[in-house]
Design a binder for this molecule. Structure first.
Ligand code: 1GP
Length: 237
C-alpha cells in the first residue's frame, strides 16, 4: 500500500478508501497450526521485506488457546493490526484488533451462513474490536481444500464468473460490507483473473482475494484485476 494508514480498528474504512483511490492492501494469513506462537519472532525479518499491511489469524482446525497465544505473540512482535479470520466461533480472542465476520455465501450450509454467528454475536456485541461483515466465497474447481471439506460446501466453479458475480452482488445487496473470494488455503491455482475482474467490476464494496497465490507477480496481477486486498498464507510460510 502506498500510504501506511491502516491502523487498528479501521480495516473497513481503509479498504473502502483503497477501492476509491486504487490503492492496494496486502495481508498475511497466519495459521497457528503452521506458525506456533513461540516461533513468531523468527519471522520478523522475513516479514519486514514483504510490505505486509495486515495480519490475519485463523485456520480450519485451530483451537482457541493456540489463537490466544498467537495473537499475543503477533502483537508483541509486529506493529501491523491483527484481525481474526475465524474457521469457527471458538477461534475468538479479545486481544485481536478486529474480526472478519464471515458468512459463507457460496455455500448452502445454514450454520455457516448464520448459525455459528448467532452463537458468538453476544460476545462480539460486548467487544470493542472492529467487526467486518464479510461475504465469504469459496471459488475453486481443483482438488478439495480444507475449507471446502470442513465447511461441507461446494465451491463455485472457478471459471463460472457469472455465478461468482451474482453471489457477490447478492451479498452486497444483503448488506455485507466486503467480499472475500478464496480458492482455499494451499489451492493449486489462484482464482482466475477473469473471475476476479468480473466480480470487482460488478460490486461497489471492497474485494479481498486469497488462496493459492504463490508469487509477487501473481499478487500484482490479482491487484490489477481489481482485488483491493490480497491475502497470502502458505507461500509466506
Ligand atoms: C486462505 O486465502 C487464504 O484462506 C490464503 O491461502 O494459504 O493458499 O495463501 P494460501
Amino acid at each position: 500500500m502506498k500510504n501506511n494508514y491502516l491502523k487498528p480498528k479501521n480495516l473497513l474504512s481503509t479498504l473502502k478508501m483503497a477501492k476509491i483511490n486504487g490503492e492496494k492492501v496486502f495481508a498475511a494469513l497466519i495459521d497457528p497450526d503452521k506458525l506456533p506462537a513461540h516461533e513468531v519472532h523468527l519471522k520478523k525479518q522475513a516479514f519486514a521485506s514483504t510490505g505486509i499491511d495486515l495480519l490475519l489469524v485463523g485456520g480450519s482446525l485451530v483451537n482457541q488457546p493456540k489463537i490466544d497465544d498467537l495473537v499475543l505473540a503477533l502483537k508483541e512482535n509486529f506493529e501491523q493490526p491483527v484481525y481474526l479470520f475465524p474457521g469457527s466461533p471458538v477461534q475468538f480472542c479479545h486481544r485481536a484488533d478486529g474480526l472478519l465476520f464471515l458468512s459463507l455465501i457460496s455455500g448452502r450450509n445454514a450454520d455457516l451462513l448464520i448459525g455459528r454467528h448467532v452463537e458468538i454475536a453476544p460476545t462480539l456485541k460486548a467487544s470493542t474490536m472492529e467487526i467486518v461483515p464479510t461475504g465469504y466465497m469459496l471459488v475453486n474447481d481443483g482438488r478439495a481444500t480444507s475449507a471446502s471439506y470442513i465447511s461441507n460446501t461446494l465451491p463455485i466453479p472457478a471459471t463460472k464468473w457469472d455465478i461468482a458475480l451474482a453471489t457477490a452482488q447478492a451479498g452486497e445487496l444483503l448488506g455485507l460490507q466486503c467480499i472475500y473470494m478464496d480458492a482455499g488455503s494451499g489451492a493449486d491455482e489462484h482464482i482466475p483473473l477473469k473471475t476476479i475482474e468480473k466480480v470487482a467490476q460488478g460490486i461497489d464494496i471492497p474485494l479481498i482475494v486469497g488462496g493459492g497465490i504463490k508469487t509477487a507477480a501473481q499478487r500484482e496481477a490479482i491487484w490489477k484485476a481489481g482485488a483491493d486486498m490480497v491475502v497470502v498464507g502458505s507461500a509466506l510460510e
